[in-house]
Design a protein around this ligand. Structure first.
Ligand code: ATR
Length: 266
């Protein structure tokens, strides 16, 4: 029987995971079937259990179930523990394993752009789940210093406290979102501001060489401001593909090349 994979979320219609995984499989000569599963808001666990009892091999997890997936796993990778969220599930020896590939997806996307990471100073806007998920992989990639700027400063302080031991090699700082200033190699927008159509203000006192918007497919004032400054910038499509590639490589033991899949229409 064809190996079965799925992405689970609510809503799920917008997910591009099936087309990405089918494209990777075709490129690498692997046969699989990857579907979308809509779970009721109180039906996540039952849906996951059914999928694996029916012989499913691997699942991706998207909004709003990543924290529930984390809580459900018997075995977690280090980066999933740091993220406290899981986006990739599989069964091994009867145990449910969980990983989080979002951060590595971001790292791979930045590397595919040939933007520097090693020994850099990075500013991340936002202190929610999206930020939490990428800090450990960024530090593993050699980033020297990460400043987290958030509208609610207290939340950034809490996140830095939480992550301090896990990311000891890098320095973590906090900043209020309305007092952005200083010199950074890269600014990453991990707020959900662009999703709600709100504008973030990047003042002149904030200087940076590259800008990464984690959101994809939405108008972004963050990207507009980076473009006005003539700073190289991109939306989160590469990260989306990167996290899918990393999940694919966990399940299949082979890693597609990110650069082969960066065309948005493919
Ligand atoms: P996610 O899992 O996507 O990170 P989240 O945990 O709800 O979602 O976090 C959303 C982040 O975007 C938070 O950092 C939030 O700031 P607060 O902690 O102050 O709420 C930030 N955010 C959302 N809307 C924003 C806006 N309009 N302006 C600035 N920051 C915003």
């Amino acid at each position: 029987m064809t190996k079965q994979f799925a992405v689970i979320g609510n809503p799920i219609e917008q997910s591009r995971s099936p087309e990405l995984h089918h494209a990777f499989a075709e490129k690498l000569g692997i046969t699989l079937h990857y579907s979308k599963r809509l779970a009721a808001l109180d039906g996540f666990e039952a849906s996951v259990r059914n999928f694996f009892e029916d012989g499913g091999v691997g699942m991706n997890v998207t909004v709003p179930f990543k924290e529930q997936a984390f809580a459900l796993c018997d075995v977690l990778t280090e980066r999933a523990k740091t993220a406290k969220a899981v986006n990739t599930l599989w069964m091994q020896n009867g145990a449910l394993h969980g990983d989080n590939t979002d951060g590595q997806g971001l790292v791979d996307a930045i590397r595919a752009l040939d933007w520097p990471l090693e020994k850099t100073r990075i500013l991340i806007l936002g202190a929610g789940g999206a930020t939490r998920g990428v800090i450990y992989p960024l530090v593993q990639a050699g980033v020297k210093e990460i400043t987290i700027a958030n509208r609610t400063l207290e939340r950034a302080v809490q996140l830095v406290e939480d992550l301090h031991d896990a990311v000891a090699p890098a320095q973590l700082n906090v900043m209020a979102l309305d007092q952005l200033a200083g010199d950074f190699d890269l600014v990453i927008n991990a707020t959900s501001a662009s999703l709600s159509g709100d504008a973030l203000q990047l003042p002149a006192a904030l200087r940076f060489n590259y800008a990464y918007e984690m959101a994809y497919g939405k108008a972004s004032s963050f990207l507009e401001q980076a473009e006005q400054r003539g700073v190289p910038s991109t939306d989160g499509f590469g990260m989306l593909v990167g996290q899918a590639i990393e999940a694919f490589s966990i399940w299949h033991g082979v890693k597609p090349q990110l650069k082969d899949f960066l065309s948005k229409s493919s």
